[in-house]
Structure formats: C-alpha cells, structure tokens
Design a protein around this ligand. Structure first.
Ligand SMILES: CC(C)(COP(=O)(O)OP(=O)(O)OC[C@H]1O[C@@H](n2cnc3c(N)ncnc32)[C@H](O)[C@@H]1OP(=O)(O)O)[C@@H](O)C(=O)NCCC(=O)NCCS
Length: 174
C-alpha cells in the first residue's frame, strides 16, 4: 500500500486517555501474599542511592510497556526525592536474593505514582502484593482511599487494578 502522509499524521495525533482509578480503604483489605523468597522493604529515612537506582531500572523497563517514558535516573531521583509529597517509607520494593524485582512509589496524598515489576518476575503475584502493601500503609495512615493514574491502553495494569477492587473515577485526555 502506498505511504499516505495524512494517515501518518492522524496516527501521530491520535488522542490518548488516562484513567484515574480509586480504591476505597474503609472495608477489609486482603493481606499481601508474597511468593516464597520474596520480601518487602521500603526506603530508609536516609535513602540508599543503590536501591533507588535498582528501583529506577525496573521502572524504566516497565515504563515503555506502560505507554510512558521514564526520565534518566538522576532527573527521576531529583524530582522524586525533592517533591513535597515524597516520603521514603512510601517507596516499596519487592526483593529477591538481594535484587529489586518490583517497585511501587507513592506520594503522601494517598497516590500511587508508579508501579512496575521486572519482566522476568511477572504473573507471580508481585504487582498484587505491592498494591496491597500500599493499601495497608495508607489505611494505617488514616486515608479513606488510594488513587492512581493508568493509560487507557494499558490493559494488563487495568486488569490488576480491577481485580483489586479499584474503579474508574475519571477519564482525561493525556
Ligand atoms: C502491571 C504489572 C505491574 C503487573 O505486575 P505482575 O506482578 O505481573 O501482576 P500480578 O502477577 O500480581 O497479577 C495479578 C493479576 O493482575 C492481572 N494481570 C496482571 N498482568 C496481566 C496481563 N499481562 N494480562 C492480563 N491480566 C493481567 C491478572 O488478573 C493477574 O492475576 P492472574 O495472574 O491470577 O491471572 C506489570 O505487568 C508491569 O510492570 N507492567 C509494566 C509497567 C506498568 O504498566 N505499570 C503500571 C502503570 S499504571
């Protein structure tokens, strides 16, 4: 088929949407179930750069699949750690054999900013366990709900969020 520049322009300009999803925290919350050998930890008060770098590597790889683009580590870490809503206790790591295989980074406003699981560690329940860990943390902090944003075309992440009782509260051009 001959190349049609008008078609290329319309593909490039295709509108994308971002969904805001919410989980209410008033009812009972399932306990996270970690696969054998996997442990949860969070950043300490004086954040360890090596751990943050490993988390960024998982995030960076996952980001392209999630439909976004991740900034390089230095930019990412500067933006995250200097944000008013940053709390090292809200950076969650799934660790196996000393390696970061999954991460979730949240803001103090009960918002899950990023979630990613290493490609080789998918479908073992890590995404679910990380999400549940964030729900418990925010419930303990007195939050009534937890929110996140997900690209409309990211069906895998949405399947996970729906299975965790999250519902769509808004859909915005993004
Ligand atoms: C989304 C993501 C975090 C899921 O992590 P995971 O550890 O593989 O998820 P889990 O094993 O906990 O999956 C739990 C459930 O979520 C759903 N799910 C997860 N991945 C899915 C997929 N690719 N397709 C369909 N459903 C999926 C299923 O219901 C699954 O349960 P099941 O395995 O018993 O069928 C992971 O795919 C990822 O890192 N993706 C790239 C980054 C990204 O998109 N992040 C989210 C941005 S908002």
């Amino acid at each position: 088929m001959p190349f049609d520049p008008r078609q290329a322009v319309s593909i490039l300009m295709a509108q994308t949407f971002v969904l805001r999803m919410r989980r209410e925290l008033s009812g009972p919350i399932e306990q996270p179930l970690w696969p054998p050998g996997v442990v949860l930890r969070t950043l300490s008060a004086k954040p360890e750069k090596k751990l943050a770098q490993a988390a960024h590597a998982v995030l960076e790889a996952g980001f392209w699949e999630g439909g976004g683009g991740a900034p390089i580590f230095r930019q990412w870490w500067k933006a995250v750690s200097r944000d008013d809503e940053f709390d090292p206790a809200l950076v969650f790591f799934a660790m196996e054999g000393g390696n970061v295989i999954g991460m979730a980074q949240c803001w103090t406003s009960s918002f899950i900013k990023d979630l990613a699981v290493h490609h080789a560690a998918r479908r073992r329940g890590l995404g679910r366990a990380l999400m549940l860990a964030t729900f418990h943390t925010f419930a303990q902090r007195g939050s009534t709900h937890v929110d996140l944003k997900v690209r409309e075309e990211n069906a895998a992440a949405q399947a996970l969020y729906h299975s965790l009782g999250m519902r769509i509260v808004s859909r915005d051009a993004g």
